[in-house]
Design a protein around this ligand. Sequence first.
Ligand SMILES: [Zn+2]
Length: 80
Amino acid sequence: MTPEQLAAIRAHLEGTAELARVDRAIEDGTYGTCARCGEELDGEQLVARPLLGLCPDCLGGLAAEQGGRRFGICGVRPRR
Ligand SMILES: [Zn+2]
C-alpha cells in the first residue's frame, strides 16, 4: 500500500466513525494485512473497500463459513 493509497482511504472515511478505527489499526500496524493469514492486502482493493480486513481467499472462505456476516477491519473486533 502506497502513502497515496492510504491518504485516499483516509479521505474516503473522513467524517465517519470508521476513520478512528482505521487510524487505530494503522497505529497498531495491523491495517492493510489479512486478519486471518497475515497476507498484505492489495492497496487498490483497500481504496475501493477501506474496511476490508481479509484477503479475498480468507474473505471467501469465512463468508461461506459464517453465512456472510460482516467483518471488522484488521486487528479490530467486529461490532456486535
Ligand atoms: Zn487471508
